[in-house]
Structure formats: structure tokens, C-alpha cells
Design a protein around this ligand. Sequence first.
Ligand SMILES: Cc1ncc(COP(=O)(O)O)c(C=O)c1O
Length: 365
Amino acid sequence: VEALCCQARTLNLSTRYLDETILRYAERLTATFDIGLSMAVFCCSGTEANELALRIAKACTGGQGIIVTDFCYHGNSSTIAGLSTAYPGPEGSSANVRSFSPPDLYRLRTGVNAENAADAYAQDVQAALDSFAAEGIRPAAIIVDTLFSVEGLPQLPAGFLEKAVAQVRAAGGIFVADEVQPGFGRTGEAMWGYQLYDLVPDLVTLGKPMGNGHPLAGVVGRPELIGAFGGKANYFNTFGGNPVSCAVGLAVLDVIADEGLVENAQQVGKYMKESLAQLATRHDVIGDVKGCGLFLGVELVKDRTSKAPAPEVTRAVLNGMRERGVLVAATGRRDVVLKIRPPMPFSFEHADLLLATLDETLRAL
Ligand SMILES: Cc1ncc(COP(=O)(O)O)c(C=O)c1O
């Protein structure tokens, strides 16, 4: 708030005018990424960031085909709604989109086990590429949320995403990592969700926590891609990258570092995940505990053998928690994964309150 007020009192501009705040922010931000991801473009929402990333992907590959998961959300514009399979809009989905089911070690399809899951499910991505080829559509990109947040935080078999991305790259497409939910240290393991994998994306899209409530979003990526697009497209965004937003972005990076928020996410997240596993020993309705850092999922089932989803129980738990003063949501295709994604300064005391409230709510059912 202090950074925002100070810059707002001093000067605000669109990026048609030069101001060094954007340079300071771009340098600080890109320094948190792997080498090679050294250029940034700023905008105002995750939707805009994904729009821009896909425009860059299409311009640089010459392709039109986009691969997504079959239960994803990437934003609300016409193009992005057309590929957001979790909440299809009235316009329907775009013809240039193919989707695949991400694997979840808790719920593998028949005939697949933990050992062969990465290969088996990567074949679905290959099938999407084959379907593009059959229709003469060149692939432009695969775009995924690196924690598969909307998909319900599935636990992926090691190597799956790496294989899927390698196939897309071999076919001429690029990898766009949507970090709108997982980014800025939430996993507790690293600053970016993609760093959980042996993989560096070509483009990364950012939003939500980037301005800690202020509308700030962006694309970070390989300069040769963003540069080539810039040469063709003359991208302009009136509010994106303005000095006030960049001052906010800088302050967010300062707070994350100064308050040790990534370490906090790691420590409190680990404690919560272990405690939720403990809770599962007392409540049969808990089928699986997933996620990492301060982004955890608790999957509720009618019985552990059949793993039949328990949506009514999930609703009752969400409402029971709310009545007791703790807000959690549900995520995933079956709407039975409790989505525990608290603010980044969440402490051990907060975790204990959440755990005690969940225990009490489950006991009361
Ligand atoms: C993974 C993901 N990508 C993109 C978006 C779109 O962001 P925004 O609402 O800022 O446009 C969202 C929003 O919920 C999201 O969850």
C-alpha cells in the first residue's frame, strides 16, 4: 500500500512514456526465473497474459493449434474462454483446441499403474498432436497450470509433463506455463511452479498474487520469441506496466524476500500436509491429500475402496467450515477436492486453527 500510494502521488503514465520503474521491475522479476526467460511484458489480468502468450506462440510457430487439459481455466476473453474446458462458455470451444486428461496417481485409468502412467498419459498428448496433423493444423502451444489447480491438484507421475512438452516441441509447438495460481512461491519449493519439474517453459504467464490485489499481470519468456512478436505486433496496453503497478510489483517481490514467504510456504505447508494425513487416519471420508506448499487439496470420497466421489459431503464440509469461520473452496472435475490456499503469511497457529476446525467439522457430519 505504501509503495502504491507513494508512486501514485509522484507520477503515473502509460508505457508510451518512459519511466524507469518498469525497467527496475522487469529486471528484478526476470532474475527470479531460469536463465533464458529474460524478457517481460506487462498487462492487467491473467486472461490478458494468456491471450498475449498465445498470440506470441501463434506468431512465432506459425501454428494455430492449442493443447490444454480437459478441465482447465485460463481466463475469460473470447479466445481463452474457447479453450477453458472447465467452464465452457455459450460460444463453445474453438476448433483449434485439443485436450487431454492429466494423470492423477490417486485415480489412474484401468490398465495403467504408477510405473507406466507417465508414458500412457503422454500418449494422449501425442494423440492430440496426431489429430492436429490429420486436419492440417500446425500446433502452436501446450498451455497448462503447473499445479493443475482447477483440475484438482492431481499428483502427477514423474516425467509425465516433461514427455508431453517434448512431444509438443518436437511437433513445432511451444510450452506456456500458466503460473497465475502456482506462482510467486506458493509451492514452497521454488518461486515458480514449473520448477517442480525438469523443464523450462518458453513462456510463463503471471497474475493474481503478482500485485497482491492490485491488477498486475504479465508474460515472461524467451526474448527471441517475445522480440519476434514485438517486431510484428506493436503490442500496447494502456494500464499494463504503468509505474504505479510496477512499484506495487517491486514491493511484492521485496515482501516475499524480506518476510521469507517461500520458506514459510514450505514449512507451514509441510506441517499442514502431514497433519492432514494424520487427520485422514481418523476420518475415512478423506481419500487423498495432495498439493504442496500453501496449496493443498483434500479429496473426499464415499469409501476408500471404490473411491466414489463425495460431493454432498464436500458441500457440507465447506459450509461447516464457513459457519465456524474458516473459508475453503472446492476444486477439480468432481468438485470434491477441498482447496486449501491460504494467504502466504499463513502461520503454524493459523494452520492449527484450520486443522482443528476441519477435524471438528468432519466429526460433526
Ligand atoms: C490458472 C488461471 N489462469 C488464468 C486465470 C485468469 O486470470 P484473471 O482472472 O486475472 O483474468 C485464472 C483465474 O482464475 C486462473 O486460475
